[in-house]
Design a protein around this ligand. Structure first.
Ligand SMILES: Nc1ncnc2c1ncn2[C@@H]1O[C@H](COP(=O)(O)OP(=O)(O)OP(=O)(O)O)[C@@H](O)[C@H]1O
Ligand SMILES: [Mg+2]
Length: 284
């Protein structure tokens, strides 16, 4: 994998989550482990194009967000119609002067073990911002891989390269999947979507995780005309560790309030505290 676009030294950076064991802490220390861990988990979906002959073409911006922009990328092998896919590329910003909204509360319990990077983060230098963008990209990558492996409905993570994550492009027919808040589901659709949401939140809790920024804006709906549309959870870089982060339960409760509120307004009454109790009961 090329790292030409990377503006800081990955080999010199190590960050760990408190629940990681030593082997995981050391995964960035060799080029081989970076290669392996920068690619999506097995089993790989059949639509994934892995050919060395593939060409990536940027099709345009899908959406500009608060801390990242999402682009559409076509990955295809010229002359081979069977090897064609469209991916979403989430690129964390590195060069503006905006502070990340996600700050100390989320990163508490997460250590950065490199004094140069720690100082750069504190200074908000160009290097510091690149480190910060890379940390958030890697936090999101890490969460997407773990959640995919556990069967939580998130976009399949294809690869990470510096501050850019390539992932499954979630669509609704020919268009990008709408965010939940833009949809007008029928009652049966609401029930189906809520069931998927609860399952996803329970599974996350069983991993000791909470999304931390869950809302109808970070939830996509594929097949919005189907009787049972598919709910996909996105935007997971701030996923919090329920055991290590002292604010995690507040974040989880806020997630529950946001989702229960939306479903209730749309005609599927959900009590936020009951949802919270249900989810928290799945933390082992
Ligand atoms: N895999 C995907 N497939 C389809 N659309 C996506 C995908 N990922 C992101 N999007 C679209 O891009 C938007 C921004 O993505 P995301 O929420 O991950 O980034 P963000 O920078 O945190 O944005 P925001 O500040 O709006 O929350 C999403 O609301 C969604 O509409
Ligand atoms: Mg978002």
């Amino acid at each position: 994998m090329s790292h030409h676009s990377s503006s800081f030294d990955w080999d010199n950076l190590s960050f760990v989550f408190p629940s990681d064991d030593l082997a995981e802490n050391q995964r960035w220390s060799t080029w081989d482990s970076i290669e392996r861990l920068c690619r999506g988990p097995e089993p790989r979906p059949d639509w994934l194009v892995t050919s060395a002959a593939a060409i990536d073409t940027e099709l345009g911006v899908l959406k500009t967000g608060k801390e990242a922009d999402v682009f559409l990328i076509q990955r295809a092998v010229p002359g081979d119609p069977g090897q064609y896919s469209v991916l979403a590329a989430k690129r964390y910003r590195t060069s503006n002067h905006r502070m990340f909204r996600r700050d100390a509360d989320y990163t508490e319990g997460r250590r950065i073990r490199n004094t140069r990077d720690t100082r750069a983060l504190a200074r908000k230098s160009v290097h510091g911002r690149a480190v910060e963008a890379g940390l958030w990209a890697h936090a999101e990558w890490d969460a997407l891989v773990r959640l995919t492996a556990a069967g939580v409905p998130v976009p399949y993570p294809v690869q990470i390269d510096g501050g850019e994550i390539l992932m499954e492009y979630i669509r609704d027919g020919d268009d990008a999947a709408p965010r939940l808040h833009q949809t007008r589901p029928t009652r049966p659709q609401l029930a189906a979507l809520f069931e998927q949401l609860v399952q996803a939140m329970r599974t996350m809790a069983s991993l000791g995780l909470a999304h931390g920024d869950l809302s109808p804006y970070n939830t996509l709906v594929a097949g919005s005309d189907d009787p049972a549309p598919r709910l996909v959870i996105i935007d997971v870089p701030q996923t919090v560790d329920l055991a290590a982060n002292p604010h995690a339960h507040e974040f989880l409760h806020r997630d529950c309030v946001a989702m229960a509120g939306w479903f209730t307004t749309k005609g599927h009454p959900v009590d936020a505290d009951e949802l919270f109790a249900d989810v928290i009961a799945h933390v082992w």
